[in-house]
Design a protein around this ligand. Structure first.
Ligand code: C2E
Ligand code: MG
Ligand code: MG
Length: 710
């Protein structure tokens, strides 16, 4: 039984016991006092009654003794026994004495009124103080004796001796006692009846009170207990009725308030735990839960689940350039647009950063899934208005399908991610399905990554150097440091690993080494007499964004005792675009006097204002234009335009991958300052380069030599 369910019964019993106890006590006291009072009254009554009766008998005899004496005279005088007996019978009937003796003058018994008269002749002493005509009363052992004379005046015929009997008032007393006892019994009966009725009333009253208590106290308490149990079980929706204004009502109100607060806090927690605060979309946690359920359903129904992995293109650049507030705003709006093009039953979640996922159930053919991806890509196509200017952002989408691509949740997610990376490789705003070949590529990439880690540990990387010479007089001006990986017997070119180094972030570990190695090489070359040489070091966007880059370079300059203008950093056009860290590094390095070259110029997006703003020193025309410039008119025009731009801006120009004298002549004619390429020299190890430089004589036919693997 519930502990509170018995509370009303217990209250009722408790109250009933108290009432019954009190009532029993009152009844017992009343009974005792009534009984004691009645008993006392009865004794007093009996006593006063018998004394009244005695007095009455004596007085009656006293009053009538003269008359009786007169009446008995004649029969005594004449010894008329019959008359005497009649008189005695009359006295008997009147007073019921114990005995009436008629004595003669000498005190001898004449008659006692009976026929056999056994005391006849027996003599009794007559008290001397007896006065004729008056009764004398004597109390003796036998009882109360009344004497009176029988005669007229002084003439005395005899005496009457009456022994008064208490039999009469004994019987009266007995009757009285019976009456009193009857009355007592009647009282006891009524008392018991009253007690019974009182008990009944008490029980009924107790029940009524118990019932009332149950309604006003026990039931609300029971309700509260039940609701509190529900709260403990986590069901906070239950509310208590606030019946009254008393403590119970207040308690119920407090409990309701507590539950509401709890509910609010729990809902908030639930929201925080399951939804992304920024976009309001399900977060990673809820996404995993939904995907797990979707896979479970699909497994039972033998259906498919498609998982889309979305990643915004170049979002980091926007975040870094325009600040996190703008980035947040953009993410919110991107989420809003994506939500508009998906079905309500599909789960679009934000995994963090600029990554989103979409779970689609019940759509199985690739064409339909492709359409969904295109819809999402299309939703982001119209520019976003942020601040004053329109902003373009695109998304790369990877798609993996359960159970075709993976059976387990984590693998499915990994595959969708892989497909997304592959889509990114196709260019911004692309989508791609996961395939086994992709997995193979990923596998190879992972292996490469591990091999590169080992290579860093084993110091298998080395730098080769390729000269840059003046186009007009062929003078050696600079060398470019180019990374190589000595993998066993082979020397691997950067094209086979630099991308993987970039993506894995391992390249950051190489930055200090490359800078130091290049610095030491330059110092070495200077010591070997090549004092006017410049050292050009390639830095990827990621390397150029390293916050400690200016300090690293400072250390190298100081450590190798180099002038800053002897150091030239080659970055690509996009490195400076929309990236505050790169821009601040560029400014700091320019201030320091370190030279900045834009590599592969013409292949990417470039901002011409940036060339001036960041004090760019060199433009390196991309080798692809140089390669075909003699045959391809367009390439020739691009080369000419770049060179004109460089001349216009007063920036030094370098043409890379120059392989033929004709190319060199043409470039020289277009005003190109420096030439780099196999025509001059292939990239060489440091000592080979020093040897080459010693032998190199400007103006002589350029020999193609070196170790470049490409
Ligand atoms: P890049 O900076 O444009 O370097 C020029 C590339 O052209 C080098 O390839 C060089 O060997 C090659 N080359 C030079 N002359 C000729 C020629 O006449 N004909 C042909 N076909 N190729 C020529 P490499 O050494 O394979 O480097 C490729 C790219 O790797 C470089 O392009 C550069 O962007 C990157 N790279 C090289 N070293 C590093 C490094 O230390 N750090 C970073 N981040 N990137 C590097
Ligand atoms: Mg370069
Ligand atoms: Mg280049």
């Amino acid at each position: 039984m519930h502990p509170l369910q018995g509370i009303s019964a217990r209250y009722a019993i408790f109250i009933a016991s108290i009432l019954l106890g009190a009532m029993g006590l009152v009844l017992a006291l009343a009974g005792y006092f009534v009984f004691a009072g009645t008993n006392e009254l009865r004794q007093e009554l009996t006593a006063s009654f018998s004394s009244v009766q005695d007095t009455y008998d004596v007085q009656a005899l006293r009053a009538s003794s003269g008359y009786l004496g007169d009446r008995l005279f004649d029969p005594l005088y004449n010894l008329d026994l019959t008359a005497l007996e009649e008189e005695i019978a009359r006295i008997d009937a009147w007073l019921s004495p114990r005995s009436v003796l008629i004595l003669d003058a000498a005190g001898r018994v004449i008659t006692d009124g009976s026929a056999d008269n056994p005391d006849h002749g027996r003599r009794y002493g007559i008290p001397g103080e007896l006065v004729p005509g008056q009764a004398l009363i004597q109390d003796g052992a036998a009882g109360r004796l009344v004497y009176f004379t029988i005669g007229h005046g002084q003439e005395i015929a005899g005496y009457a001796r009456v022994l008064l009997s208490d039999a009469r008032h004994l019987s009266l007393l007995a009757a009285l006692r019976t009456e009193v006892e009857d009355a007592w019994r009647g009282f006891v009966d009524r008392f018991v009846a009253i007690a019974f009725v009182s008990l009944l009333v008490t029980i009924l009253v107790s029940l009524a009170i118990g019932l009332r208590l149950s309604v006003s106290l026990s039931r609300p308490l029971r309700d509260m207990s039940r609701v509190v149990e529900q709260y403990a079980a986590g069901n906070l929706a239950q509310k208590l009725p606030e019946r009254s204004q008393d403590e119970l009502g207040r308690l119920a109100r407090s409990l309701n308030q507590m539950a509401s607060e709890h509910e609010r806090a729990r809902d908030q927690l639930l929201r925080l735990a399951n939804y992304d605060e920024l976009t309001g979309l399900p977060n990673r946690h809820l996404f995993y839960d939904r995907l797990r359920r979707a896979i479970g359903r699909a497994r039972r129904a033998r259906r498919q689940v498609a998982l889309f992995f979305l990643d915004l293109d170049r979002f980091k650049a926007i975040n870094d350039t325009l600040g996190h507030d703008v980035g947040d705003d953009l993410l919110r709006r991107v989420a809003g647009r994506l939500r508009q093009v998906i079905r309500a039953e599909d789960t679009l979640a934000r995994m963090g950063g600029d990554e989103f996922t979409l779970i689609v159930e019940g759509v199985c053919d690739e064409f339909a899934l492709q359409t969904i991806a295109q819809k999402m890509i299309g939703a982001l196509a119209p520019p976003f208005a942020i601040g004053e200017r329109p902003f373009h952002i695109s998304v790369s989408v990877g798609i993996a399908i359960y159970p075709r691509d993976a059976d387990a949740l984590d693998t499915l997610l990994k595959h969708a991610d892989t497909a997304m990376y592959a889509a990114k490789g196709q260019g911004p705003g692309s989508s791609r399905f996961f395939t086994l070949e992709l997995q193979q590529l990923v596998h190879e990439r992972l292996e490469l990554e591990q091999a590169m880690r080992r290579a860093i540990d084993r110091q298998e990387f080395e730098l080769h150097y390729q000269p840059e010479v003046r186009a007009d007089d062929g003078r050696l001006v600079a060398v470019e440091a180019l990374l190589r990986w000595r993998d066993g017997d082979s020397l691997r070119p950067p094209s086979s690993f630099i991308g993987a180094l970039e993506e894995s972030g391992l390249i950051a570990q190489l930055t200090p080494w490359v800078l130091r190695e290049a610095g030491m090489a330059l110092r070495d070359l200077q010591r070997q007499g090549l004092t006017d040489l410049r050292m050009c070091v390639n830095l990827s966007a990621r390397q150029f964004q390293q916050p400690d880059l200016p300090d690293l370079i400072e250390q190298v300059l100081a450590g190798c005792d180099l002038q800053p203008e002897r150091f030239e950093l080659e970055i690509t056009e996009s490195t400076l675009l929309d990236d505050t860290l790169s821009q601040s590094n560029a400014s700091r390095l320019a201030e320091r006097g370190v030279r900045l070259a834009i590599d592969d110029f013409g292949t990417g997006y470039s901002s011409l204002t940036y060339l001036k703003r960041f004090d760019v020193d060199v433009l390196k025309i991309d080798g692809s234009f140089v390669r075909d410039m003699l045959e391809d008119q367009e390439d020739a025009q691009i080369v000419a335009a770049v060179l004109a731009l460089a001349v216009g801006l007063g920036i030094e120009s370098v043409a890379e991958r120059v392989e033929s004298p004709a190319q060199m002549e043409r470039l020289s004619a277009l005003g190109c300052d420096l030439i780099q390429g196999y025509l001059v020299c292939r990239p060489l190890g440091l000592q080979d380069l020093a040897d080459w430089a010693r032998q190199y004589a400007p103006g002589q036919p350029l020999a193609v030599r070196g170790s470049d693997p490409g």
